[in-house]
Each structure stands twice: as structure tokens, then as C-alpha cells.
Design a protein around this ligand. Structure first.
Ligand SMILES: [Zn+2]
Length: 242
């Protein structure tokens, strides 16, 4: 066993301990599967119609953090104006620790949220289908709320991936070229691309009213069912090829 002590910018200390644990036992089968679409308005939209909300928390934390960071840069500017070294400015240092603590809090809350969510999915479903994240066009962006959300998405898929391996579940990543938001999940008719502003439409073939996100997550789930894929007969991650 090995222990490492870390000192953080927030003034907090942490100890990490490395040790061997017995192998994980696969969870009993539930014979249920789910499709998950990672969304903009909601964190995730499920093929059973449920939505996972997280936006309010992200936006609120981002706002607090942005405000604290602005205060920090004002104090930095003030120190420069007074020709003082920031290392000697008590006010600047105090604010710097405050920003670090806030950043830490955002990260902890996000981790907690994502761990609870992914564990719940793994417990409930044998097969979990998610869209490849590149679909969302994750670009380097400077908006804090968006950055937090993007980090959350990749962390979400990462956690699902290793937990699926641990507990004998199957995680299916749907290829990014799969037109999950263009197909009608009822009849399979392809209506073509729609601007993001269109949240709901009526299928021109079967006349079902479709909710953009729920429709996409149902297609993500169906994408796994109708497409032949390189299946790993035991457990783990399967990449779909289209
Ligand atoms: Zn249709």
C-alpha cells in the first residue's frame, strides 16, 4: 500500500491511498436497455422519455466562479497600479484561495453528480447506448458554463465505460455519423437536418409528433438493435461501424 499527500491551491490537503481490491462481481441481469442522448438544455435525455437536469447547477456555479475571478483580476490590476508584488498583497492572495476553493467545489459537485448518475444507469440496465461525443461538436470554448458541461459529458462517458467493464454491462457507443436527430423513431423515415431551434416536429411519413431529444435517444437505442456490430460476447465497450 502507498499513500501520497497532496497540497492544493485552495489550502486543502488530501491523501490518496493506492491499494489492491478484490475483483468486481458482475451485477445480476435486468434485461433492460436504454439510449442516452446528451443534451444542451438538459444534461441527458433518455429513450424512456425521462430527462436529467443539471443545467441550473452548472449555470449557477459558473456565475459564482466568473464573479470571483473578475474580483481576482481587479485585485491583480490594483496591485500592478500600486507597483506591488502580488505575493505580498493579502487581499489578492485571499481572493486567489477563494477562487481555487470555488473551482474545487464545482469539480467535487460535478464528480458527485456524475458518479451517482452513472452508477444508477449501470445498476438498472444491461445495455447502455450513448452517442459518440464528437457529434456535439465539442470545440474549445471560453464560455465557462459550456466548458463545464463539455467536461461533464466526457467524464460521464468515461465513468460509464469503466463501470460497464467492472460490472459486466455492455456500453454501446453509436457512431457520430448516425443521424439520430434526423430519423423518425417510429417509422424510420429520414426527414433531413433540422436547425437546433426546432425542438419538435411532425413526421411527414407517419405523422407522429416528435420531441427532438427524446426522438434522438430512442434512435440511439434502436441504432444498437438494428445495426450489426462487432459484439464482444463477454463485456465491455462496443464501437458501432456504419
Ligand atoms: Zn415517422
Amino acid at each position: 500500500m502507498r499513500a501520497t499527500i497532496h497540497s492544493h491551491a485552495s489550502g486543502r490537503f488530501s491523501v490518496s491511498i493506492t491499494c489492491e481490491v478484490p475483483e468486481f462481481q458482475p451485477l445480476p441481469k435486468t434485461y433492460e436497455s436504454i439510449g442516452i442522448d446528451l443534451g444542451i438544455t438538459d444534461f441527458a435525455i433518455l429513450s424512456d422519455g425521462r430527462k436529467v437536469d443539471n443545467q441550473r447547477f452548472t449555470a449557477k456555479m459558473a456565475k459564482n466562479l466568473a464573479r470571483a475571478q473578475r474580483k481576482l483580476s481587479r485585485r491583480y490590476e490594483q496591485a500592478k497600479k500600486d507597483s506591488r508584488d502580488v505575493r505580498d498583497c493579502t487581499n489578492y492572495q485571499k481572493q486567489r484561495r477563494k477562487v481555487a476553493r470555488l473551482r474545487e467545489k464545482v469539480a467535487f459537485q460535478r464528480e458527485d453528480f456524475l458518479h451517482k448518475l452513472t452508477t444508477a444507469f449501470i445498476r438498472q440496465y444491461d445495455v447502455i447506448c450513448v452517442e459518440d461525443l464528437n457529434t456535439k461538436g465539442m470545440l474549445k470554448n471560453h464560455k465557462l458554463a459550456k466548458a463545464i458541461r463539455d467536461v461533464s459529458w466526457s467524464s460521464f462517458v468515461q465513468k460509464l465505460t469503466y463501470k460497464a467493464k467492472w460490472y459486466g454491462r455492455e456500453l454501446v457507443k453509436i457512431n457520430r455519423f448516425f443521424p439520430s436527430s434526423q430519423l423518425c423513431h417510429v417509422c424510420g423515415h429520414r426527414d433531413g437536418k433540422k436547425p437546433l431551434a426546432i425542438r419538435e416536429w411532425v413526421c411527414s411519413s407517419c405523422h407522429t409528433t416528435l420531441d427532438r431529444d427524446i426522438n434522438a435517444s430512442r434512435n440511439i437505442l434502436a441504432g444498437r438493435r438494428i445495426t450489426p456490430f462487432r459484439s464482444n460476447p463477454t463485456v465491455g465497450t462496443t464501437e458501432l461501424a456504419y
